[in-house]
Design a protein around this ligand. Structure first.
Ligand SMILES: Nc1ncnc2c1ncn2[C@@H]1O[C@H](COP(=O)(O)OP(=O)(O)OP(=O)(O)O)[C@@H](O)[C@H]1O
Ligand SMILES: Nc1nc2c(c(=O)[nH]1)N=C(CO)CN2
Length: 181
């Protein structure tokens, strides 16, 4: 069968899709690393950074629970519009992590830079290589609080409004006003 595209599809411009990225760092020059990550996102073809949240600080959560003896984290959320596919965006953020010294020895271990995809245009996916929305975002005030700060109407697919979810779990972050991204 020969498929003849309708006029609409020939004229339709590719659409940039919104995504929500969660950034974290608890090793090295944490603020500098987050700033460098935002610059790298801005420099990536196919990504437009539309908002950068305030920075928050919190105790490191390890697999064994909150660990006050580990270096504290700085976290922020970056909103983007992107022409990349979900996996294309994941590859791009992995490249940025690697360029900034990220190593993977231990699950939830200390790290120079972590960038997670919290939401990609409301998609839901159970693919382990890219689960959407991020399966642990709803339990992380260090994700929800900065996200809410840049989008009062933020909504987590399958969960609901971020404002209500943050009230439910409690906000254990503190503002890190001295760090500007
Ligand atoms: N939404 C997502 N965002 C980022 N990575 C994801 C996502 N869903 C699945 N992954 C996969 O998770 C793998 C491990 O990611 P990473 O090392 O950042 O985990 P982590 O930060 O230690 O833990 P967590 O996923 O709980 O934040 C990645 O290689 C990636 O393929
Ligand atoms: N406070 C805090 N704890 C964490 C964080 C994080 O970003 N902030 N990230 C983790 C794995 O992604 C594990 N624990």
């Amino acid at each position: 069968m020969i498929r003849i595209p309708g006029r609409g599809s020939l004229d339709r411009a590719p659409r940039a899709r919104p995504a929500v990225l969660a950034l974290g760092s608890n090793l090295g020059a944490r603020g500098e690393l987050l700033r460098a990550a935002v610059a790298a996102l801005r420099a990536t073809p196919g990504i437009e950074v539309t908002a950068v949240s305030p920075v928050v600080e919190s105790i490191a959560v390890k697999l064994s629970g909150a660990d006050p003896t580990a270096p504290r984290y700085l976290n922020a959320v970056v909103l983007v519009d992107t022409f990349l596919s979900p996996h294309g965006l994941l590859d791009a953020v992995h490249d940025i992590e690697t360029e900034h010294g990220r190593t993977r020895e231990e699950r939830w271990g200390d790290r120079t830079l972590d960038i997670d995809i919290v939401d990609f245009d409301g998609l839901e996916s159970a693919d382990p290589s890219l689960t959407l929305p991020h399966p642990r975002a709803a339990e992380r005030a260090f994700v929800l609080a900065p996200w809410l700060a840049v989008d009062a109407d933020a909504f987590l697919p399958g969960v609901g409004p971020v404002a209500a979810q943050l009230t439910k779990i409690g906000n254990d972050t503190v503002p890190a006003e001295e760090v500007q991204l």
